[in-house]
Design a protein around this ligand. Structure first.
Ligand SMILES: O=C(O)CCC(=O)C(=O)O
Ligand SMILES: [Mn+2]
Length: 201
């Protein structure tokens, strides 16, 4: 309940060919602080190499993959083997599922150590996710800019600053028609943790 705030608890972001729901204060700032610290400390962060246009680079962020089964997840030439959900991640997953009425069996964690870490233009459209995947993205830590661009209509662009403790739900045909990225920034930035819950089939 938000007694002293006029910030809406849920925003439907109206973009063509996309379904986006944003929950700016999905977690209270105390809950978000706690989860940030806990995940920062307890996650075995790794830095994989990725292949971009045939060249190998270290990924510009750290990641970790968790799931309820041992299904692997492959993207950008990497195959990740999930660890089993921790109790922290299961609690977050339950809250996300309750709010969104969706079910997830995998979460990919990203740690952006500073403004130099990033995530390039992509869609979450790997075949393991099926058609019209639902992606639930939780943000903790520094407020970073999340950008979207339509694949065909170059005029269609959107950006959103993702709050500490927020949830962004991307569903419907979003991944089919849009790409998203988290660009580098020259501003001094504290670390940010992002969790994307996904359903692998
Ligand atoms: O960090 C973010 O907000 C985006 C992460 C993302 O797009 C991904 O991991 O697929
Ligand atoms: Mn993505």
């Amino acid at each position: 309940m938000e007694l002293f705030s006029d910030e809406p608890s849920e925003l439907n972001i109206p973009l063509p060919n996309a379904t986006l729901n944003y929950y700016p204060s999905f977690f209270t700032s105390e809950e978000a602080d706690f989860l940030y610290e806990k995940l920062y400390q307890e996650t075995p962060w790794q830095q994989d190499d990725i292949k971009v246009f045939g060249k190998i680079y270290p990924q510009p962020r750290l990641t970790a993959l968790y799931g309820s089964e041992e299904k692997t997840y492959s993207y950008s030439g990497i195959t990740m083997f999930p660890k089993l959900f921790t109790s922290t991640l299961l609690k977050i997953k339950n809250q996300v599922e309750e709010r969104t009425n969706e079910r997830f069996n995998t979460v990919l964690l990203n740690l952006y150590r500073d403004g130099n870490d990033s995530n390039g233009w992509h869609s979450d459209d790997e075949k393991e996710l099926g058609t019209n995947p639902v992606i639930a993205s939780v943000s903790l830590g520094a407020k970073r800019c999340f950008q979207m661009k339509h694949k065909r209509d170059k005029k269609l662009k959107y950006k959103l600053f993702l709050n500490h403790g927020s949830l962004l739900l991307m569903s419907g045909e979003t991944q089919h028609h849009w790409k998203h990225q988290l660009p580098k920034t020259k501003k001094m930035m504290a670390p940010r943790i992002n969790l994307t819950f996904r359903a692998l089939i």
